[in-house]
Design a protein around this ligand. Structure first.
Ligand SMILES: *[C@@H]1O[C@H](CO)[C@@H](O)[C@H](O)[C@H]1NC(C)=O
Length: 194
C-alpha cells in the first residue's frame, strides 16, 4: 500500500508545478467506485487555499456523498462549515482514463461558488480501504490551482493508521502547516445524509 501511495503522490506532482514522468500505479486499475460511493464524513483537511476554513469556533465535520452518476461520471456533494454557516455544493466530474481521477470538464462558476474553494478541478482518491479514504482535491479556476487533502471516513472518528497516512501525505504535498482536524460536530455533515 505504502509504495503505491508514494507513486501516486509523485504522479500528482505535475498538477502543482514540476514535471514528473507519469506512471500507472496499481491502485488506478483496482479502485471500485461503486464501493467508494455513499456518505463520508470529512474528518480532516489541509489546504493552501486561503479562506477555505472558517474561524476556529465555526469549524465542524464536513461530509461528502459520492455517487456514480453514469459510466464515467461521478457526482460529488460536499458540505462544509464555512464562515457564513453550513454550505453544500455538488459537482459532476468525468473519469480520466483508467486513473483513479475524475476531472471537472466545465469550469465551475456558479454565483454561490465557495470563497477559497473556487472550482473543483479534480477528485483523486490516493488511498482507501472503503472505510476511510484519502482524497486529494485540485481546486481553482483557469490557471489558479490549490491543493486540498481530505480525510474521508465512514465513521465520525479516524483510525490511527488513516490519520498517520493523512499526515504523511500532508508532508509530501507540503501542506502540513495547514492540516486541521475538524471538531466532532456533525450538525453540518448530517445536512447531506442521503
Ligand atoms: C459518532 O458516531 C457515533 C455512532 O454513530 C454516535 O453515537 C456519536 O454520538 C457520534 N459522535 C458525535 C460527536 O457526533
Amino acid at each position: 500500500m505504502r509504495p503505491g501511495l508514494l507513486v501516486l503522490v509523485l504522479v500528482l506532482v505535475p498538477a502543482s508545478g514540476s514535471q514528473v514522468q507519469e506512471g500507472h500505479p496499481r491502485e488506478s486499475h483496482t479502485l471500485n467506485w461503486d464501493k467508494f460511493s455513499g456518505f463520508w464524513y470529512i474528518l480532516a483537511t489541509a489546504t493552501d487555499a486561503q479562506g477555505f476554513l472558517p474561524a476556529r469556533d465555526k469549524r465542524k465535520l464536513g461530509a461528502s456523498v459520492v455517487r456514480v452518476h453514469r459510466v464515467g461520471q461521478l457526482r460529488v456533494l460536499f458540505a462544509f462549515s464555512r464562515s457564513k454557516g453550513c454550505q453544500s455544493q455538488e459537482v459532476t466530474l468525468r473519469k480520466d482514463g483508467k486513473k483513479p481521477v475524475f476531472r471537472n470538464t466545465c469550469a465551475y462558476s456558479a454565483g454561490g461558488g465557495w470563497k477559497g474553494m473556487k472550482g473543483v478541478k479534480g477528485f483523486h482518491v490516493l488511498s482507501t480501504d472503503y472505510s476511510y479514504g484519502l482524497v486529494y482535491l485540485r481546486l481553482g479556476r483557469a490557471a489558479r490551482n490549490y491543493k486540498n487533502l481530505l480525510l474521508f471516513d465512514r465513521q465520525n472518528v479516524s483510525s490511527f493508521q488513516s490519520l498517520k497516512e493523512f499526515m504523511d501525505t500532508c508532508d509530501i504535498l507540503e501542506l502540513s502547516k495547514t492540516a486541521v482536524m475538524l471538531p466532532k460536530d456533525a450538525s453540518c455533515a448530517h445536512t447531506i445524509l442521503p
